[in-house]
Ligand binder design. Structure first.
Ligand code: HEC
Length: 150
C-alpha cells in the first residue's frame, strides 16, 4: 500500500463516501416516512373535516403566532396538545365548545396579555379546526412537549 494518499485513492474515498451517505440518507428518509404513516400517526382517523381544518389553519396563518408540535412561532401557546389541555380526552364535547368559545371571544382586550385576533370563522370552519387540533393531539410525539403547557 502506498504510504501517502494517491489521487485515485482520494477519488475513491470521495465517490465511495458520497455513495454511502447518499444511500444512508435515502434509507433514513424512507424509514421516517414509513414510521410516520404506520406508527406515529393514525391515518385511518384522517377524516375530511380534519383535512378541511388543516386548510383553515393554513389559510389563517395560525402558525405565524403559534407552534404546532414545536414548529412555528413562539408568540402564542403550543397547540399540538391544546385539545388535551382543554380536557378533550375526557369530555370531547366540552373541549370542543370551550375551544370554539375561546376563538370567538378573541381578542380578549385584557391589559398586559398578548392578543389573538378575531378571525370571524364560520361554525363549519371552527368545528373543522377543532377536528384538526383533536387529530393532531393523537400524533405520537414520543412524549413531546415535555410539559402540558408546551
Ligand atoms: C397574531 C397572533 C395569533 C394568531 C395569528 C393566532 N393566534 Fe391563537 N393565540 C394568540 C395568543 C397571543 C394567544 C394567547 C392569548 C391569551 O392567553 O390570552 C392565543 C391562544 C389561542 C388558543 C388558546 C390556547 C390555550 O392554550 O389556551 C387557541 C385554541 C388558539 N389561539 C387558536 C388559534 C387558531 C386556530 C389560529 C388560526 C385561525 C390562531 N390561534 C391564530 C395569538 C394568535
Amino acid at each position: 500500500m502506498a504510504d501517502r494518499l494517491t489521487k485515485a485513492a482520494a477519488r475513491n474515498i470521495f465517490y465511495g463516501g458520497s455513495a454511502f451517505f447518499f444511500v444512508t440518507f435515502v434509507a433514513l428518509t424512507a424509514h421516517s416516512h414509513f414510521y410516520m404513516v404506520t406508527t406515529s400517526t393514525d391515518e385511518s382517523t384522517l377524516t375530511e373535516s380534519v383535512a378541511r381544518g388543516k386548510h383553515v389553519w393554513e389559510e389563517n396563518s395560525c402558525i405565524n403566532c403559534h407552534t404546532l408540535l414545536g414548529e412555528g412561532a413562539y408568540f402564542a401557546p403550543e397547540l399540538g396538545n391544546v385539545w388535551l389541555r382543554y380536557g378533550g380526552a375526557d369530555d370531547a364535547e366540552g373541549a370542543r365548545m370551550a375551544l370554539i368559545a375561546w376563538m370567538q371571544s378573541q381578542p380578549s382586550g385584557i391589559e398586559g396579555r398578548r392578543q389573538m385576533p378575531q378571525f370571524n370563522l364560520t361554525d363549519q370552519e371552527l368545528n373543522d379546526l377543532v377536528d384538526f387540533l383533536a387529530w393532531t393531539s393523537t400524533i405520537d410525539t414520543q412524549g413531546w412537549p415535555p410539559n402540558e403547557a408546551g
